[in-house]
Write a protein that binds this ligand. Structure first.
Ligand code: AMP
Ligand code: ZN
Ligand code: FE
Ligand code: FE
Length: 289
């Protein structure tokens, strides 16, 4: 079984439609894929329908923008009920805060000598429910200022960078509670990505699992080196957390993150599905059609 539990479509900042993403997953021989767009699950219905057609399993979810000790922490919510009011309200608030931010990032880049309007950024986010920094980067590419998204992140858009503007984020403990309240399983994405490793120490991760309902975290992610992966897997085993592995696929928007480059074990998937069932969430599409 090949299982990839963290992917993005153009409903947020990936470049494939949800159906294209699912078809690609099937072509690459994946058996289970989760669609986890940033702060929205607007693409899940389309992805689920396509998965049924091509004969793979789709798990619905999102990657929820949360905050802990001033740092952005990305929380995957897998198997959430898509009609949950509390989670819908919070993600809508976050998506709205991303709109005012676009204007401010356009102004900052213009001041840095790259004239850019909010409209030119929105033109890159035509199909998106959630607008983000990658669309800003795409607008810079479209204007011919730079070659690819990476240049924009390396120079101006990185966290704290000269054109970085924060958006609203949900306090992490509240985020975990909202995901569980919606029937879902809460998994911290890329915990040891540059920036968050300082705040998500082994002690903090253990405490989140023990006392705050965190279900698990990604151990296998392209942005973790071999030592970090091994340490996170061992930590998960020690504290009873679910370890996952995933691509964080963004279509052509993120190099080195193709579908299936990292995968999740069947044991982890089974535990995730058992918890979703227990909480009244939404499991694999085959169980829901
Ligand atoms: P935002 O949620 O708008 O603050 O944008 C953050 C997103 O930008 C991340 O979730 C990634 O998808 C993307 N991102 C971060 N760094 C890079 C990079 N170097 N190249 C391409 N995309 C990136
Ligand atoms: Zn993204
Ligand atoms: Fe992320
Ligand atoms: Fe992601």
């Amino acid at each position: 079984m090949r299982i990839d539990l963290h992917t993005h479509s153009f409903v947020s900042d990936g470049t494939d439609s949800p159906a294209q993403l699912v078809r690609r997953a099937a072509q690459l021989g994946l058996d289970v894929v989760a669609l986890t767009d940033h702060d929205t699950w607007a693409g899940v219905a389309e992805a689920r329908a396509e998965a049924a057609k091509v004969g793979i399993d789709l798990l619905g979810g999102l990657e929820f923008s949360c905050e802990l000790s001033g740092h952005t922490v990305h929380l995957l919510g897998l198997g959430i009920r898509e009609d949950d009011g509390a989670l819908s309200d919070e993600t809508e608030r976050i998506r709205e805060s991303r709109l005012g931010r676009v204007e401010r990032m356009a102004a900052a880049l213009s001041a840095l000598g790259m004239p850019l309007s909010a409209e030119e950024i929105y033109a890159q986010a035509e199909d998106a429910t959630t607008v983000g920094r990658p669309h800003v980067a795409d607008a810079l590419v479209a204007k011919g200022y730079i070659e690819n998204r990476r240049v924009a992140f390396d120079n101006w858009l990185y966290d704290g960078g000269p054109a970085y503007v924060p958006h609203l984020r949900c306090p992490l403990l509240q985020g975990i509670a909202l995901i569980r309240g919606a029937g879902g399983v809460a998994i911290i994405a890329h915990p040891w990505l540059r920036g968050t490793a300082d705040v998500l120490t082994p002690e903090v991760l253990a405490e989140l699992v023990r006392s705050h309902g965190l279900d698990g975290f990604e151990s296998d992610h392209e942005d973790h080196d071999a030592a970090a992966r091994a340490e996170l897997r061992a930590l998960a085993a020690r504290i009873g957390a679910i370890p996952t592995g995933s691509s964080d696929y963004h279509g052509v928007g993120k190099v080195g993150h193709d579908l299936g480059v990292n995968t999740t074990s069947l044991a982890s998937l089974d535990e995730i599905l058992a918890r979703i069932a227990e909480r009244g969430g939404v499991g694999l599409n085959r169980q829901n059609v």
